[in-house]
Design a protein around this ligand. Sequence first.
Ligand SMILES: [Zn+2]
Length: 273
Amino acid sequence: MGSSATDAVQVINASGSSPFVLICDHASNRFPERYGDHGLTPHQRLMHVAWDPGALAVALSLVDRLDAPLVHSNVSRLIIDCNRDIDAVDLIPVVSERTDIQANAGISQSERDYRMENFHAPFHAAIDALLDTRLAENRETIVVTVHSFTPTYKDVVRPWPIGLIHGTDETFTRALREALEEDDPTLNVGWNEPYSARNGVTYTLEHHGDGRRLPATMIEIRHDTILEPPGVASWASRLARCLQSAREGWLQRATTGHLGGAVPAAAAPNRQT
Ligand SMILES: [Zn+2]
């Protein structure tokens, strides 16, 4: 199946046959041994401040359903947030929603460097290596990042069971929204909700997707719907179905010229970016 793991990152089903490459930045609430409990209670380490609850379960189910490769982080976002640019103020957050992360306050430059070199860089290097291999093999590639969000943030209730976020190129994300709405017309699909690129949350999406001119989308699932296996199975099944139909519609538009943005790698065989 082609899996590899380090302290920072795990790559699952690297040679999977799917055009979709799954990425899960906030998969883990693991704190490497040198950080102890990071000044957090067991309860805090289980909550969304530390990771995206349920997101990895959905991503793993999509691996099985689509035969897709998955790259996921093995370290809590409270050590370093792999979905942030290296100069972002919340790369190593000192506060998350209303939780002070005291252990991150006033850390030395050498500790920042350590976290970048040992956790952030290897995560993105693993994604780069996977994408480099696929593009060298001229394989069609669509980048899909999988996240979850908390139902309530700073007392504001978030009504969408799912939100879609796009980077520079919104065409594939739009096709996925159409597929989801066609699949269930009653589904309230958030568009650039509960965040958007303006909030600085699209580093991975833009760096690996738009940066390589690959179609890409960021999926955010409200985590109360994916904490138990039936919810995980239900979302994974729906997403597998809708990602495939979104791709079909999107490819059709791409090859008939009704598409402003990225061209699928399969339709542009000589593109190497
Ligand atoms: Zn996330």
